[in-house]
Design a protein around this ligand. Structure first.
Ligand code: HGY
Ligand code: MN
Ligand code: MN
Length: 398
């Protein structure tokens, strides 16, 4: 099977035009935004031109279906609020190119997918989580984004494009190509990473409610300042995690909303995201206990109200041995001795799809290890090398 590198790169650059923003090759294409829907319409057209049948499901996951039983390749095409041009997009466009190449070479039937809201405007990998049944649609519909918009209201943007959910029994397995989004391959100079397993994640919104008041007249000892509660919480968990975590464990407070967020008002409310990731579910659970206990202690000590939003999470998963072996053989064929096996610290739709079928993942290097930022990039020669590894692997799976 012979992939067309120019056609692949041209499509990848075309997809970047939907929501192109910021410096360099940045994109702003969050789930269900105008740019996201326009990109999906364009992708559906490219799928049709490739001889696939495009079909949207009720949450906006877009499949390009081959006839009969097929291998599913893909990723997502929504972005972070500030994202790069490759996160998700690479896996979708590589899938499209391999599907085309497979047809031209009379190769195995390949279907393509672009999952929706992988980047978690509403949850964690929401579109694939609903498709895989790990998040029931009624539960997803009740999730809200940071501006209070519900998933149900946002997915109405799919409109009459929406068909039924696709029967996963059509697919024999799922392979997702993705940029690494970390520093390992860039640091070592290797061309590819074959993923061994994907870490688990927990994510929840926490709110401290104090008393909004005048910043000039309210004495310090009478304040119930929600920001001070958040600051104390952050310092306390950093200290308390020390005995529980490993160097691979990560945690992030990435979004903070202060109410009313004005310099002359003691903040009455602090709502923030608390996210943590590790390869061990027990450790994730121990960290949850610390988070809840610490928040309760601080709320009590500082006279705060406290509420926890829904707990979202995904368990760590191992990749399928057969699919992995095909990627390893592909990597060895394309970049002999210059690739590695590695875990994924980023989350991917593959985690959800693993509930339905065997899955595997392939990484290409990220320049400077930067992602979830406009600066995200990869050398085009490395993108093409990754595409070739994927095609080699698919050829071995027929
Ligand atoms: O956050 C993640 O790991 C993924 O990129 N959504
Ligand atoms: Mn991604
Ligand atoms: Mn991402």
């Amino acid at each position: 099977m012979k992939v067309d590198a120019e056609r692949f790169l041209a499509d990848l650059h075309k997809l970047r035009e939907f929501g192109a923003a910021g410096v360099g090759k940045g994109v702003v294409r969050p789930a269900y935004s105008k740019a996201d829907i326009a990109a999906r319409d364009w992708l559906a057209g490219r799928m049709r031109e490739a001889g696939l049948t495009p079909q949207f499901d009720p949450v906006g996951n877009l499949f390009g279906l081959a006839e009969g039983a097929s291998l599913l390749l893909g990723s997502h095409s929504d972005s972070q609020p500030e994202g790069g041009w490759l996160d998700g997009a690479l896996g979708v466009i590589a899938a499209l190119e391999v599907a085309r190449a497979a047809q031209e070479a009379d190769g195995p039937p390949i279907s393509v997918v672009s999952f929706e809201d992988e980047e978690g405007r509403f949850g964690v990998t929401t579109g694939s989580a609903v498709w895989a049944g790990s998040t029931p649609l009624e539960v997803a519909d009740g999730l809200t984004d940071r501006d209070g918009v519900s998933f149900a209201a946002a997915r109405a943007a799919i409109g009459d494009r929406s068909g039924d959910f696709i029967d996963p029994a059509r697919f024999t397995g799922y392979v997702e190509m993705h940029i690494e989004q970390g520093p390992v391959l860039d640091g070592s100079g290797e061309k590819a990473g074959v993923v061994t397993d994907i870490v688990g994640i927990r994510d929840m919104r926490i709110t401290f409610s104090g008393q909004q008041n005048h910043a000039g007249t309210t004495p310090m000892h009478l304040r119930r300042d929600a920001f001070q509660a958040l600051a104390a919480f952050n310092a306390a968990i950093n200290a308390r995690f020390r005995n529980v975590v490993t160097p691979a464990t990560v945690w992030t407070i990435g979004h903070v909303g202060l109410h009313p967020n004005a310099s002359s008002i003691v903040p009455g409310r602090a709502t923030f995201s608390m996210q943590w990731r590790d390869g061990d579910s027990d450790r994730l659970n121990r960290m949850e206990r610390i988070i809840r206990d610490t928040a309760e202690e601080i709320a009590q000590a500082q006279g705060m109200g406290l509420s926890f939003g829904p707990m979202l999470g995904l368990e760590p998963v191992a990749m399928d041995a057969t699919l992995r072996a095909a990627l390893e053989a592909g990597a060895e064929a394309v970049a002999p001795g210059n690739w590695r096996k590695m875990p994924s610290g980023a989350l991917h739709d593959a985690t959800n799809v693993a509930r339905l079928m065997p899955v595997a993942m392939l990484f290409t290097p990220s320049i400077g290890g930067i992602s979830h930022a406009f600066e995200e990039d990869t050398d085009e020669a490395d993108l093409v090398a990754g595409l070739r590894v994927l095609a080699e692997a698919v050829g071995r799976l027929r």
